[in-house]
Ligand binder design. Structure first.
Ligand code: ADP
Ligand code: MG
Length: 752
């Protein structure tokens, strides 16, 4: 008898086990049983994939509607042209050894075919597929009892597989296909769907009943099947309903495994102690609030209060602050930092790029005014010191900044993740603020915790402008509490976005430059964003991908605009491979209004805040993801003047890419776009890889659509972990957690 952890080679023999391992990375019984069928074939239902991709390996089941021998044109011999009716469509199949196959495949036969999809114009066919003629009893359930199962009529690798099975009777027992629903598996030409059917059948026949890791009460409450039944019936259901029930159960397991990991992480966090930072009525935070030139929005006030209360506790805060670009997260974070400073402790503010760190430094200094100039001549009585750590700093400046951090005179230390993680010692770190969480993972968070004093853990506030849909937040960041800023400060102007189809309407591109000139004449500024640098040296990962010659390089565009359509304007250049001083100088000049137009790469993507900039032209907009475009566009419309974003693209006007760009143009709702982004980009790659994936990952659970399941699983996981943090009383759950998924993988979702 067999258990879930048993190795497949012991049960199936080396040959089958090797194929399963090589093609799908399956090595244990559990692996194989979680290689779920794509679908189940029945008579009279949709059996063929909807419009499969050219080159895909697919399996279909159907009835042979026609089979006709035709002489080959070029040489001797006959083709067998077969037409298979799958119930939903007719599929054409061609066999090259017609005379041989014609004896096996007859009109009226019920058979499975597996092969590679080949398109000719709009229609596709399978050429010379493997096949398996199914017992005809399927067609007539009444005959099931009486008909003996004949020798298999099959072609392709099937015969070899059948022969290689240890202890297999000569021929193949086709009775496993004698069922109303035949599982159709993800398969390859080396291991066909029907091979997998046989392997799964063999494993299930030997499998001892599985003990269910989920408490009976939970199963009853959620009407979940037991695990043993679920695993059996997802492969060999009696009715399609069985598949649904099985999937519901197995999906819950995936969600539960994920949430257990997160619940443990959360629990670990709450076991830590943090420096309590009670608010003070007479401190720098209060002074700052009084001096603010505007009123906080209702959302900012609520969130600031939540954070303020968290900071006063002795448990470390772990909070995600999400809000649209321009919703005013920085003020909220600054207010939190000042509360910590008032408690005599320090804060670190981490930005993803040097440009952004420098900008944070400048804008925080500006917002604080005399309150941020401790040690300088014009400082306010309550003032604190704000220091910046940057890679381009000279040694003396750097040494002074490090000293300010370690001695405790600096209340706020600003830098990039890398800088702060490596170099700095703090006298008493109370709060870490991370801007743009999607580039920041758990490991980094943990590294920072090590910076606190005497075994305490600093409070943590992470901010993101890429709104994370609730399901994703719950699964990838389930150990963080979330606060959301939904409204923009009053007086913001709308951004209009237009797609400029450069190929069809080149004159619109000219119009874009005219438009920029007009805006500049009206006193505004503009960005022109390019997808690559163009110096041929694609060092920096993000840019290398798009380093393709058919797109506009920032260096070329800069020269062309400066000498051509924008020659009357003051045009600056900013990209990731300039020396830090050059970047800084460009950004500074643009902020100060000394440049009219900034031609740049995505270094301006996050956080850059120049309210006077009102136009953005994005070259080769199709090269950017949906969220990235939304981020970029967030750089304009930050002041009182309406913004205009031009998505310039050469893609065909009727393709999927154009549809995506038009979707970006149609809405400025970041949540909607984040979902669209996840569907088009991430479900495609990250989730796709994890879902079809080998060794762990999600197969049934959709992080986008299964909110209810994820919520229930979270509740369950938190309750369990609260009473049994190490899961020592729940070994089944502990096992489920480690086997069912690889949580690390999901971190991809939270990063960009
Ligand atoms: P983001 O959420 O994108 O980080 P910021 O914090 O950079 O947004 O804020 C964008 C701009 O809005 C800044 O110039 C900031 O000073 C301003 N701002 C923030 N809150 C308010 C408010 N309540 N009223 C008016 N302006 C605000
Ligand atoms: Mg910001």
């Amino acid at each position: 008898m067999a258990a879930l952890t048993d190795r497949l080679d012991h049960l199936l023999g080396d040959r089958a086990a090797n194929s399963l391992a090589q093609e799908f990375g399956l090595s244990t019984v559990a692996d194989l049983l979680r290689h779920y069928p794509n679908r189940h074939a029945t008579r009279g239902h949709a059996l063929a994939e909807e419009a499969p991709e050219n080159g895909a390996h697919i399996t279909i089941v159907g009835t042979v509607a026609a089979a006709e021998l035709r002489p080959m044109r070029q040489r001797k011999g006959y083709l067998l042209k077969v037409r298979v009716d799958t119930g939903s469509r007719q599929v054409d199949i061609t066999f090259f050894n017609g005379h041989k196959v014609k004896h096996a495949i007859k009109v009226g036969d019920h058979a499975m075919f597996s092969g590679t999809v080949k398109y000719f114009r709009d229609s596709w066919s399978l050429n010379h597929p493997g096949y398996l003629v199914l017992p005809n009893v399927l067609a007539d359930p009444e005959l099931t009892e009486s008909l003996p199962v004949g020798p298999p009529k099959a072609g392709g690798d099937l015969k070899a597989m059948a022969r290689s099975a240890p202890g297999a009777a000569p021929g193949l027992d086709l009775s496993i296909f004698d069922r109303p629903l035949i599982p159709v598996y993800p398969a390859t030409s080396r291991i066909e769907s029907w091979d997998i059917v046989r392997c799964v059948r063999q494993v299930l026949d030997q499998l001892d009943p599985i003990e269910d890791p989920l408490p009976a009460r939970l199963r009853r409450d959620r009407a979940l099947l037991d695990l043993d039944t679920a695993l059996r019936s997802i492969h060999f259901p009696e009715r399609l309903d069985d598949v649904e029930c099985a999937r519901a159960r197995l999906k819950f397991d995936e969600a539960a495994a994920l949430q257990l990991v997160l619940a443990q992480r959360r629990r670990e966090n709450s076991d830590r102690t943090a420096p309590a930072c009670a608010p003070r009525a007479d401190g720098v935070a209060a002074d700052f609030e009084r001096a603010l030139p505007f009123r906080l929005t209702a959302g900012q006030t609520t969130v600031a209060a939540e954070i303020g209360a968290d900071l006063a506790r002795t448990h470390p805060m772990s909070r995600l602050l999400q809000g649209e670009v321009g919703s005013g997260k920085t003020i909220v974070a600054l207010r939190a930092m000042l509360q910590v400073v008032d408690a005599g402790r320090q804060c670190a503010l981490l930005a993803p790029t040097e440009v952004l760190a420098a900008q944070h430094y400048r804008s925080i200094r500006r917002m604080l005014g005399p309150l941020g100039r401790a040690g300088e001549l014009d400082s306010a009585p309550n003032a604190t010191q704000v220091v910046q750590l940057s890679g381009s700093m000279g040694t003396p400046a750097r040494r002074a900044a490090l000293l300010a951090a370690v001695s405790g005179t600096a209340g706020i230390v600003i830098g990039t993740h890398a800088l702060i993680q490596d170099a700095v010692e703090f006298a008493d770190l109370g709060l870490v603020v991370v801007d743009e969480q999607h580039r920041f993972g758990v490991e980094q968070r943990d590294a920072l915790r090590a910076k606190a004093r005497g075994g305490t853990t600093p409070h943590l506030l992470v901010m993101t402008a890429t709104p994370i849909p609730r399901t994703i937040a719950m699964t990838t960041l389930g150990d963080l509490e979330t606060s959301t800023l939904t409204e923009l400060p009053a007086g913001r102007s709308p951004i209009t976005t237009r797609v400029v189809a450069a190929r069809v309407r080149p004159q619109w591109v000219e119009r874009a430059w005219v438009r920029i000139t007009e805006e500049v004449a009206a006193g505004r500024q503009a960005y022109v964003v390019c997808s690559r640098i163009g110096d041929g040296d694609g060092k920096d990962g993000a840019e290398k991908k798009s380093e393709t010659p058919d797109t506009h390089a920032v260096l070329d565009v800069y020269e062309e605009l400066r000498q051509g359509p924008l020659h009357d304007l003051r045009v600056g250049l900013l990209h990731g491979r300039q020396p830090a001083e050059e970047k800084d100088a460009a950004m500074r000049a643009f902020t100060a209004g000394e440049l009219d137009v900034l031609v740049c790469t995505t270094v301006v993507e996050v956080g850059v805040d120049v309210p006077n900039a009102t136009v953005m032209a994005i070259m080769d907009a199709d090269r950017f993801g949906v969220s990235q475009l939304h981020q970029l566009r967030g750089r304009i419309g930050r002041g009182t003047h309406p913004g205009l974003c031009l998505l310039i693209t050469e893609v065909a006007p009727d393709g999927a890419t154009m549809t995506r760009l038009e979707a970006v143009a149609a809405t400025t709702d970041g949540f909607e776009l984040a979902l669209l982004d996840l569907r088009t980009r991430r479900e495609g790659d990250v989730l796709g890889a994890a879902q079809s994936g080998t060794g762990g990952g999600l197969r049934l659970l959709s992080l986008l659509d299964d909110l209810e399941v994820i919520t229930a699983a979270q509740q369950f996981a938190r309750a369990i972990v609260d009473t049994d943090p190490g899961l020592s009383a729940h070994p089944g759950l502990a096992g489920m957690m480690t086997s069912a998924l690889d949580a690390r993988r999901l971190e991809f979702l939270a990063k960009s």
